[in-house]
Unconditional design. Structure first.
Lengths: 196, 196
DNA sequence: ACATTCGCATAACAAGCGTTATGAATATGT
DNA sequence: ACATATTCATAACGCTTGTTATGCGAATGT
C-alpha cells in the first residue's frame, strides 16, 4: 500500500540509507535491487520508481560514496604541515565509520575497473583529491615546513602512501590498528622533512 | 564429444588459461562458469568435472593469481638498496602483463573483503610480502645504504606506498605512465636515505 | 468535487546463474 | 578382449537477477 504521507525527500533519504547498509554488509558486488528493497522493508517496485535501471542504482551508490566521503567530519588543523597530516589522517580507516566507508570504497573498484566510464570518473575523483592535497602541500612549503620541490609530485606520493595504507589496514586490522597507522603516516611525513 | 587424447595436464593448463583470460577481460566479478567454458570452447560440463563447485573455481583463480605473481620475471639486482628498489619495481604495473595481473588483483579485493576466510588469506599473503621486503631492507641497512631503524616498519611503509601507487596507476594510466611511476618510487626511496 | 497524476505493491517475465543427472565416446586395467 | 573408469557434451533443474506490466489508493490541481 502507498504511504499515507508523500514526503518525497524523507523517502529518498530512507532509500539512500538502505543502499548504504547493503553496501556495508555485502560490498559492492552484493548490491541488488531486492537486497536494498528488503533492507528498506519495501519491494523492487519502489526502487524501479526511483531508479529506472540498475546502472542508475549503481551511479547513485557511487554518488552516495563520494558525498559521504566529502561530508565526513574533518579534524581541524592550522595551515601548513599540520593541515597535510590532518587531511591524510581523515582518509585512514581509524574509526568504525571510516572502516565501513573505506571497505565500500575498495569493494567498488572491481565494478569501476570493469567499466571504462566509471574508471574515468574515478581517475577524475582521485585527481581532484590530489589537487586539494597539492594546495595544502604548497602552503606548507611556503611556511618552510616542507622542503621545496614540485608540490604535485609530493601530493601524488602522499596519496599513494595513504591509499596503500588504507588497503593494508582493511585486510589486516590486527597488524594495522589505528595507532600503527598513525605511526606509519608520521614516519612518512618525517621522511619528507629534512633532518634538523 | 570427449577429446581423443586424454592429455590431462595440458587440458588443465588450457582451463587455467581460459580462467585467466576471463579475469583479465571482466574482472573477478565476471568470473562465471559459462564465461570460462565459452573462452575454452567447451561447456560447463567440463568445468564441473575439474571444479565440483563454484568456490573451487574461485579458489583456483586465487591460486592462479598468487602463482603467476610469484612466477613473474624479476629484475636482477645486487643486494642493498638496489634490491629493494628492484623488488618494488617488480610490483608496479609497468608492463602490459603487470597491468593485467594487477587489475585482476585489485578486482579480487571485493570478493576477498566479503569473505573473512579470504581476508585472512590475503592478510597472510601481504604479511609474507612484507617479511621478504623486511629482509631486503635489513640487508641494505647493514650495507649502510639505508639509515638504521626498525626494518619491518620501513617495509610496511614501502609496501603501502607501492600498493597505493599501483591502484592510482590502474585507474589513471595517463597520469601515471611507467616513467612517472618509477620517478615517484625513486622520490620515495630518496626520501628514506639521508641527504648527503 | 472530480479528474489526473503520483507512489508503490503485486506479480509475472526472460535471462543468467550454479548445480545435477544422464549418456556416449574414449582410455585404462586385467 | 572385455569390463571398468575417465572425460566430456547435453540438457534440464531451481534459484536469483533486472526488468516490465498492471492496478489501486493517496495526493494534487482545478
Amino acid at each position: 500500500m502507498p504511504r499515507t504521507k508523500g514526503d518525497h525527500e524523507a523517502r529518498r533519504r530512507d532509500v539512500s540509507e538502505a543502499v548504504w547498509r547493503v553496501l556495508a554488509a555485502h560490498g559492492f558486488g552484493g548490491l541488488t535491487l531486492r537486497a536494498v528493497a528488503a533492507e528498506l522493508g519495501a519491494t523492487t517496485g519502489l526502487l524501479t520508481h526511483y531508479f529506472p535501471a540498475k546502472r542508475d542504482l549503481v551511479a547513485h551508490a557511487l554518488d552516495l560514496l563520494a558525498e559521504r566521503t566529502a561530508a565526513r567530519p574533518r579534524r581541524p588543523a592550522t595551515p601548513g604541515l599540520a593541515a597535510v597530516r590532518a587531511a591524510l589522517l581523515d582518509i585512514l580507516p581509524l574509526t568504525a565509520d571510516a572502516i565501513a566507508s573505506n571497505r565500500i570504497w575498495v569493494s567498488s573498484w572491481d565494478t569501476a575497473l570493469a567499466d571504462p566510464a566509471l574508471s574515468d570518473d574515478y581517475a577524475r575523483k582521485y585527481a581532484r583529491g590530489r589537487a586539494r592535497l597539492t594546495d595544502l602541500i604548497a602552503a606548507a612549503q611556503d611556511l618552510g615546513e616542507l622542503p621545496p620541490g614540485d608540490p604535485a609530485r609530493l601530493a601524488a606520493g602522499a596519496q599513494s602512501f595513504t591509499l596503500g595504507l588504507v588497503v593494508q589496514a582493511l585486510f589486516d586490522p590486527a597488524t594495522f590498528p589505528p595507532p600503527r597507522q598513525v605511526e606509519l603516516l608520521d614516519d612518512y611525513l618525517a621522511s619528507l622533512t629534512p633532518p634538523p
